[in-house]
Structure formats: structure tokens, C-alpha cells
Design a protein around this ligand. Structure first.
Ligand code: SF4
Length: 227
């Protein structure tokens, strides 16, 4: 289950960023990274605060900072662009069409992510291939053409059970909404709890086809490196 993250990092120079989006996978990836035996690196743990997060997320953000004794930097969307989105879509308009949803995600997530990754050499994520059809071809190590950096997905081959075992073994904190039936954490208008047996991503953008369920953060254009 565990992989040679230090070994992979050793071969890549420059600042490392870990994207923390409040998923159980992100806590595991952060724990893996902080407990790797690699030499200390220039590391930034960041989150994209879309201004549409659940109220519970604030408390969880602080709990994770306290648990790991590390700051999680927030990147916000541009206020003028947010105003334009809200004028066009109102509170729920992102559900009206795929185009409108992508417009909101682009302003609130994709543009801030570009700022977060600027100047970084490595982007560590908590993505798992089993999470959704859009992630089935994911590799441990990839070149991210959009952001011009190496992307490491240390949990790529983990199953849901393996993730649960890891979280339990190290007593890692979970977002409180997991206890209310959520299996993925995101923005309040676009995330809901799922029923027993439903797909792990069924609670994200549930009105869309499964192959559309990405927010534009993890588009995979080219440069896949298989390990
Ligand atoms: S997930 Fe929903 S609320 Fe969040 S940025 Fe995307 S469309 Fe907007």
C-alpha cells in the first residue's frame, strides 16, 4: 500500500506544493509527505477557498493545522470575478448547465490554483484512480502540462478500504461531514451526502454525467510518466 514517496521526491528539485481540499485522501497524502524520510523541502500546503465551502470546513481546517502543526495557506478567487459570477448565476445557477458550472469552477478554483502552483516544481495530490471514471488512467508520477510541473499522486492505486486502514492506523482527523454520509467534500451548493452503496463521487455535481465530474483542476493533457 505504501509507496516510495521520498524516492520520487528525491529525483525532483524545487518547491513542493500539496493541495489540501479537505478530503480524507488529502489528510493521508499530507501525512505521507510529512512523514517521508526525504530531506526537508520548501513545502507549501494550500487550499482553494472558493467562498462556497461548508461552515464545518473552517473548523476542520483549523483542526488539521493543529494536528500537523503546519499552516494551510488559503488562495481566494478574484473578488471582481466572483461578483460577476454571482450576478450571472445567483446562488444556485451553477447547476443550470455544464458551461455555467465550469464558469463558476474556473473563477473560484482553476484561476486560484494557477496562482497557488506558480513557481512550484512539484504538486502532490490525494487523487485515487478508483475515485471516478475521470481518474481511472491516473499515474503515480505525471507531468502536468497545464501548470508545467511534476505531479505526484501517491495514493493512486489505493482502494477505499486501504485508505480507511491508513487513516485509522495513524488516527488522522476527518472532515465532520463524513460522519453525516458525505464521501467527498467540496463546495456547499455542489456536494451532498450519498446513500449506502452509491459511488464515492455520487455526491459531487450529482445532476451531471459521471464523465463530466471534474472542476478543471486535474485536466490531463499530456506527458504521463508511468512508474
Ligand atoms: S464546485 Fe460548485 S460552487 Fe464550487 S466552484 Fe465549482 S460550481 Fe462553484
Amino acid at each position: 500500500m505504501e509507496m516510495d514517496l521520498p524516492g520520487i521526491l528525491e529525483g525532483i528539485q524545487g518547491p513542493v506544493a500539496l493541495a489540501f481540499s479537505y478530503q480524507a485522501e488529502d489528510v493521508a497524502a499530507l501525512h505521507l509527505l510529512l512523514h517521508s524520510t526525504a530531506e526537508p523541502r520548501d513545502l507549501e500546503v494550500f487550499t482553494l477557498d472558493t467562498l462556497k465551502l461548508f461552515p464545518e470546513t473552517q473548523g476542520y481546517h483549523e483542526a488539521v493545522e493543529a494536528f500537523f502543526q503546519i499552516p494551510i495557506k488559503r488562495y481566494y478567487p478574484d473578488p471582481d470575478e466572483v461578483r460577476q459570477v454571482e450576478e450571472k448565476l445567483g446562488e444556485w445557477g451553477m447547476r443550470g448547465s455544464l458551461e455555467d458550472r465550469h464558469y463558476c469552477c474556473n473563477v473560484r478554483k482553476v484561476a486560484p490554483l494557477k496562482r497557488a502552483l506558480a513557481g512550484k516544481s512539484v504538486w502532490v495530490t490525494g487523487l485515487r484512480a478508483a475515485q471516478s471514471p475521470t481518474r481511472s488512467n491516473l499515474q503515480i508520477l505525471e507531468y502536468d502540462e497545464s501548470h508545467k510541473l511534476m505531479k505526484i499522486n501517491p495514493l493512486v492505486s489505493w482502494s477505499e478500504v486501504e485508505l480507511a486502514v491508513y487513516l485509522h492506523r495513524y488516527g488522522l482527523p476527518l472532515h465532520p461531514l463524513y460522519a453525516q454520509g458525505f464521501k467527498s467534500i467540496g463546495c456547499a451548493p455542489c456536494t451532498r451526502a450519498v446513500k449506502e452503496g452509491e459511488d464515492i463521487r455520487a455526491g459531487r455535481w450529482w445532476w451531471e454525467n459521471p464523465e463530466h465530474k471534474e472542476c478543471g483542476l486535474h485536466l490531463r493533457k499530456a506527458g504521463t510518466i508511468k512508474t
